[in-house]
Design a protein. Structure first.
Length: 95
């Protein structure tokens, strides 16, 4: 899944005409973070995935690999991890 997500980020970024630096600026990140995503060295946090999809004017389904390619199990685990990250961030903001 990581490689497909990496390829999708790079493909949609280029289709919008953004450089890695421009995308990083729009997301308040370093250009190195975008480079790591596109080279499958790391993955965006769950909250950033929504921001990326919004910037590219696509759905999360278009950004993330399909369940048919990777199986429901992998996507459900990824969804669970993303959901837990969002909950943790929410808890920190309210403490």
């Amino acid at each position: 899944m990581k490689n497909i997500l990496s390829e999708n980020i790079a493909r949609f970024r280029r289709s919008k005409g953004y450089t890695q630096e421009e995308l990083a600026g729009k997301l308040n990140l370093s250009p190195q973070a975008v480079s790591k995503w596109e080279n499958a060295l790391s993955m965006p946090e769950g909250t950033k995935l929504s921001e990326i999809a919004r910037l590219f004017q696509i759905s999360l389904d278009e950004l993330l690999p399909s369940a048919r390619e990777y199986g429901e199990h992998h996507l459900s685990i990824y969804g669970l991890i993303c959901g837990m990250a969002v909950m943790a961030i929410s808890l920190l903001l309210f403490l």
